[in-house]
Design a protein around this ligand. Sequence first.
Ligand code: ADE
Ligand code: ZN
Length: 397
Amino acid sequence: MLHWFDSIGARALRAYPYRMETYDGAPGPGGAPALSDAPVSDAGQPLADQPLTEQPGAAQPDAEEAATDQPVKLLPVAELHLHIEGTLEPELIFALAERNGITLPYADLDELRARYEFTDLQSFLDLYYANMAVLQTEQDFADMTRAYLARAAAAGVRHAEIMMDPQAHVSRGVPLGTCVNGVASVLANSLEEFGVSTLLIAAFLRDLSEESALEVLEQLLAMNAPIAGIGLDSAEVGNPPAKFERLFARAKEAGLHRIAHAGEEGPPSYIIDALELLDVERIDHGIRCMEDPDLVEHLVAERVPLTVCPLSNVRLRAVDTLAEHPLPAMLAAGLNVSVNSDDPAYFGGYVDDNFLQLQTVLGLSEFDRVRLASNSIRSSFADEERKTELLAELGYS
Ligand code: ADE
Ligand code: ZN
């Protein structure tokens, strides 16, 4: 059964020789849905008893081998690492610019797309912040959010924890209420409208001061903004977690969840500090943990969720190629990793594109895809009822 939007499915089918179908709840090709607490493998054994499909250092199947006629199943997943401003597609940038009477510094879509060649995180951030100029009204924020949810739903996303960057909007004169209400008004009905449960996370820009972050957090609390948590993003190197201890303590006191980008470009010590100094519940990215075996051991023991974004890492040159991405080694090490799209409009794809390319290039097995999907659901801040519902769709009971 084809489940994709026609245009997206057609594009994907042109790019990859797969058949696409929805996930049928059976964690193995043709297998019966698993009814026990743990998913069964293709061989019918519980996941916990299975050897890891990718051992560190083991040869990975090459793309040729992976590109068989296997169906690519859309798994029900939670997207845990997504910047809503990073979902602004070029077409929407032009449409919003026109609606708001803004002259863009690009003549047309091609000229804008030609800028999507990044050398590092900062080179991306420069464009990402510049393009936000088209977001002026509640309607703009709502339209962007609706477009993401439609596309995410088509990618199999059933729960999304969505970051927004309030400081990036108030600093250019957009009232806090405008950006928050625009996004939140759509999230309020996301389950009914798109089948995607959602939470909103206010992310703070680590290249700005802690005072600025505290001021905006207090305003969000005072206006009773429907935020479930706070995050920490933007330029990582030189802006260590220690800079934001008071912010995260305040968020914890206010009963908010806490996450932080760490170990994307920054060193493994930033991951340790985010956990120890900021008391975060998840790490966004975290791929550089692989440079520190003691840290890996700790992350595995504590089952700390790492929200990995493979296509983002390639586009921002955190890794040279997808073939060299550490995800297989992270899975083999027993880390609690999930797959996410980060800024899908800028990095060449949504969650389904990430999964598809992982399967194509790294030969990611169905067994590991199910594990990644279940990690995402279990590591979310969704309530237990929603988690149980989504895990059941995945074949867990
Ligand atoms: N803001 C949006 N995307 C980001 C990323 N990948 N890293 C840090 N800050 C971001
Ligand atoms: Zn991010």
